[in-house]
Design a protein around this ligand. Structure first.
Ligand SMILES: [Zn+2]
Length: 211
């Protein structure tokens, strides 16, 4: 009995690679119950499924950059208890509605999540010199817990640009002149600090609409 090789089964799974005669022969061979070829066929079928899933699952670029930026901050602040929440939502991840050009987009919503606290940010920019940053702190599990009068700092390269206190709804606001290389620091309590690298904001929230 003639068996088929891995290469044959790879071609078999790719509709365009085989002529009808060979495809029919392989089909009949599989149906005859050849264990050796069935095993190969199933193996390549699994491989193909995995490759397809990987193609569909692409990590958003801003999530990758957030992690890289976070590592840079951890190095700078060695010795301080710094929590860097993960980026769990970015409005750039959603496809733009049909008819909306990316150049018209100058606002962006981001959601950062640590073990207990969520930081929601909305950044808006009308000109390269103006960035409005609205934020709100939420507790992940306890809605009754509020974040009133929490000191929040905006920094660039470890230099403090401005400081605000959250209101009783946990809301805060910053106006700044440029989105470049910003960091947000939320002083939760004592020596604990939530730090969010905002280098991301200079991509997407710019007047020229680079996304
Ligand atoms: Zn066989």
């Amino acid at each position: 009995m003639k068996h088929y090789l891995s290469l044959d089964w790879m071609d078999y799974l790719d509709v365009s690679f085989l002529d009808d005669e060979k495809r029919k022969a392989m089909f009949d061979h599989l149906n005859s119950g050849c264990a050796q070829c069935s095993e190969l066929y199933e193996f390549w079928l699994k491989v193909r499924r995995i490759i397809r899933q990987e193609r569909e699952y692409q990590v958003p670029q801003s999530a990758v950059r957030h992690v890289k930026n976070a590592f840079a901050i951890v190095r700078q602040r060695a010795g301080i208890r710094t929590l860097i929440p993960r980026l769990s939502f970015d409005s750039l991840w959603r496809p733009l509605p049909v008819g909306v050009r990316s150049s018209s987009i100058c606002s962006r919503t981001l959601l950062f999540q640590s073990a207990t606290v969520q930081v929601r940010l909305r950044a808006e920019s009308m000109t390269p010199e103006n960035l409005y940053l609205d934020g709100q702190l939420f507790h992940n599990f306890d809605e009754s817990k509020t974040f009133d009068q929490v000191p929040i700092y905006l920094l660039r390269n470890n230099i403090q640009l401005s400081e605000v206190l959250s209101n009783r709804f946990g809301e805060f606001h910053f106006d700044c002149s440029s989105a470049k290389d910003l960091e947000l620091s939320v002083r939760m309590s004592g020596e604990e600090e939530i730090v969010i690298p905002l280098a991301e904001l200079s991509i997407g929230v710019t007047a020229d609409g680079r996304v």
